[in-house]
Design a protein around this ligand. Sequence first.
Ligand SMILES: C[S@@+](CC[C@H](N)C(=O)[O-])C[C@H]1O[C@@H](n2cnc3c(N)ncnc32)[C@H](O)[C@@H]1O
Length: 217
Amino acid sequence: MVDLGYGATAVTTLELASRLHRRYPNVRVLGLEIDPERVERALPYADPPRIDFARGGFELAGRAPQLVRAMNVLRQYDEAPALAAWDEIVARLAPGGLLVEGTCDEIGRVGTWVLVDADGPQSLTLSCSTEHLQRPEILAERLPKALIHHNVPGENIHRLITALGAAWDTSAGLSVFSHRQRWAASVARLAEQGWPVQDGPRRWRLGELTVDWTAVG
Ligand SMILES: C[S@@+](CC[C@H](N)C(=O)[O-])C[C@H]1O[C@@H](n2cnc3c(N)ncnc32)[C@H](O)[C@@H]1O
């Protein structure tokens, strides 16, 4: 897999690799950066073939990975080039490969991502540390580039964020137990209302909400 645009230090790639290797010991993780100084800084942490770093961009340095993660990379781009980057990356994936493209806050308590495959975007996930969540509307600040400028009345993503906020209010009684329960109940409420919510309570309780892309795109 490729961690595209891993940033100023190797840490995000190393952390991802350590989590993946627990479950999939043979996964090869390659951090790619467009900035050569960042590649130089990360290389001492390489442990090929399990973890490596190289210079590269949307062309994926000529590789054909099964999975690409690009977090907080496309936010720097305008919307049209960001959408073009999806196509460019996905065209280079191995058959059946996936791109996870998203944005999070600086300490990772609030994040969102889109799952993209050869047929285009498939789903949007909103994710939060429920323990630290004041209100779910905060997620709007961290929407992927494809959606962030569309969070205005009349657009689907705005309808979703508004419905999630209303469900959060309606589920207020559960906050005496935990924000985790309040979040899971809010997601369940959206599913009852007919939103194409994926997964089930197990993932909802982790602070996730995943909907089909058709509901927001
Ligand atoms: C804000 S940092 C994100 C770091 C890390 N992914 C994270 O979420 O903490 C964005 C990084 O993307 C890199 N970047 C921007 N455009 C890129 C491209 N086309 N290909 C590879 N890296 C790129 C930048 O050099 C920068 O290091």
